[in-house]
Design a protein around this ligand. Structure first.
Ligand SMILES: Nc1ncnc2c1ncn2[C@@H]1O[C@H](COP(=O)(O)OP(=O)(O)OP(=O)(O)O)[C@@H](O)[C@H]1O
Ligand SMILES: [Mg+2]
Length: 268
């Protein structure tokens, strides 16, 4: 059974009603040529309020599907998801999808304030809030640019700002830094950690990058190849604040090897 093959290293937190995000027995299959394609199988995890949880796993293991279900955009076949202890509903979380979803007819600044506007913040005030963040995200001077005039990495940062500005106590981020160069990525990590600490938000981050997961997270979930099951739920005990230089430390290298083994299906 899937549950029995789930390894837990360095303790695990119980799934409780108080979890900011609680996922229990979640399974999902898509229809493919009149057969069922199982994508997620019996997923169970929780994120305590204010926790930073990352999800890693091979391409196609259902990571984006899992976030879409938590966001309320997709229905699971079985299992349940709670956000803040109650059944999830659309709009309860701020969600950044993997694909770039900027509106081509809106400037970068007006794309960034979309979530704020939907929540009723007057445009003038929303723009002022967004302007401050543009500087932090290295986007100063591009407020009036349209998405077609931005690089992939810049569009990703605008979409990321929009998610952060949307507010809410849970941020779901699907590979938010995938298109960024190493330096910008590092800067965005620091910025995200600063935000996470300041706003006490709960973050569920999907990433392909094991180092990114270790630098940012309290816990890393490793999914098996499709259908995705949680093969490892790993509590990261590296001290905070964490920074790039740590990646060469003995503890970091050990953690990284353990996660990579789990991703590649090496059972220890
Ligand atoms: N709307 C859909 N309809 C049918 N099949 C889908 C749909 N969305 C995803 N799938 C299939 O479900 C599987 C998991 O997709 P998903 O996008 O969740 O994987 P992922 O882990 O996020 O992959 P990646 O790391 O490449 O982003 C894939 O085989 C994909 O083809
Ligand atoms: Mg994906």
């Amino acid at each position: 059974m899937a549950r029995e093959s789930t390894r837990t290293v360095q303790g695990d937190s119980a799934v409780t009603d108080a979890a900011a995000v609680g996922v229990v027995g979640l399974s999902k299959a898509y229809a493919l040529h009149s057969t069922a394609l199982p994508v997620l199988q019996d997923i169970r995890f929780d994120a305590a309020p204010g926790a930073f949880v990352s999800v890693v796993g091979p391409s196609g293991s259902g990571k984006s599907t899992l976030l879409g279900i938590i966001a309320g955009l997709e229905e699971p076949d079985s299992g349940s998801v709670t956000v803040g202890g109650t059944a999830r509903r659309l709009g309860a979380v701020a969600y950044m999808p993997q694909a770039d979803t900027l509106l081509p007819w809106r400037t970068a600044l007006d794309n960034a304030i979309l979530g704020l506007e939907v929540r009723g913040t007057p445009r003038r005030e929303a723009r002022a809030q967004a302007r401050e963040l543009f500087a932090v995200a290295g986007l100063s001077g591009f407020e009036a640019a349209y998405p077609s005039a931005l690089s992939g990495g810049m569009r990703q940062r605008v979409a990321f700002l929009r998610t952060v500005l949307t507010g809410g106590s849970v941020l779901l981020l699907d590979e938010p830094f995938g298109a960024l160069d190493a330096l910008t990525r590092s800067e965005m990590h620091e910025w995200l950690l600063g935000l996470w600490e300041r706003l006490s938000v709960t973050v569920v981050l999907v990433t392909h990058d094991v180092e990114e997961a270790l630098l940012l997270s309290d816990r890393v979930l490793v999914l098996s190849p499709r259908p995705g099951r949680v093969v490892l739920s790993y509590e990261v005990r590296l001290p905070r604040p964490r920074h790039r230089a740590m990646t060469v430390s003995e503890a970091f290298v050990r953690d990284k090897a353990l996660l990579l083994d789990a991703i590649h299906g090496v059972v220890s």
